[in-house]
Design a binder for this molecule. Structure first.
Ligand code: 5GP
Ligand code: ZN
Length: 115
């Protein structure tokens, strides 16, 4: 684990977070600066800098991340109205933490195209 990686530290519980899901492979927690009524981050244990480094070998893990996000959407009852899953890659997309994460955003209407 890269020593400076914030999300590796959250996975290792070295940095506290409001966790909403955890198993051996995946953790989900509340974003510290929510931009929607529901704003949860889902991360894998494995340190992968971004979606750009994903390979077919990550397929099951990636599907599980999305399944965890879907389950939280169900719990928060935003599945009917809808929600957005976002992977930011690189500075122009607004990525600030270089450990793979998907944003689960919901609870309000969202603009398209995104800003
Ligand atoms: P990115 O901009 O890389 O796609 O998303 C990173 C997200 O991590 C941002 O939405 C930011 O608010 C969130 N974040 C940054 N630092 C922390 C932290 O220490 N704890 C939590 N829970 N979220 C964080
Ligand atoms: Zn990491």
């Amino acid at each position: 684990m890269p020593e400076e990686c914030l999300f590796c530290k959250i996975f290792a519980r070295e940095v506290p977070a409001k966790e909403v899901f955890r198993d051996e492979e995946i953790v989900a927690f509340e974003d510290i600066r929510p931009v929607a009524p529901v704003h949860v981050l889902v991360i894998p244990k494995e340190h992968i800098p971004s979606v750009h480094e994903l390979t077919p070998a990550h397929g099951v893990m990636l599907a599980r991340m999305i399944q965890v996000a879907n389950g939280i959407a169900d719990e928060r009852k935003i599945d009917r109205d809808g929600y957005r899953l976002v992977f930011n890659k690189g500075p122009q997309a607004g990525q600030t933490v270089y450990h793979l994460h998907v944003h689960l955003l919901g609870g309000r209407a969202m603009a398209w195209p995104p800003g």
